[in-house]
Design a protein around this ligand. Sequence first.
Ligand code: ZN
Length: 72
Amino acid sequence: MARCSGKTKAGNQCRRPAVDSSKYCSMHQPKANPGPKPEFPDWREQFGENTQALIGLAIIGVIVLWSMTKGR
Ligand SMILES: [Zn+2]
């Protein structure tokens, strides 16, 4: 995982690891407004929920297909 390209208040390179598909960490995201309390929940939480839902649906689909195939 690459390091964040952002800079700290002291002017040094940020030590946080950059998030996937970005050169910056969660604190230095260009689109995100810097602030202690963002209005929207963290994007990683939403992404995680969607991913978990997709995985759950995929598992259910595989089980249904497998049971149908086995029943023949
Ligand atoms: Zn950073």
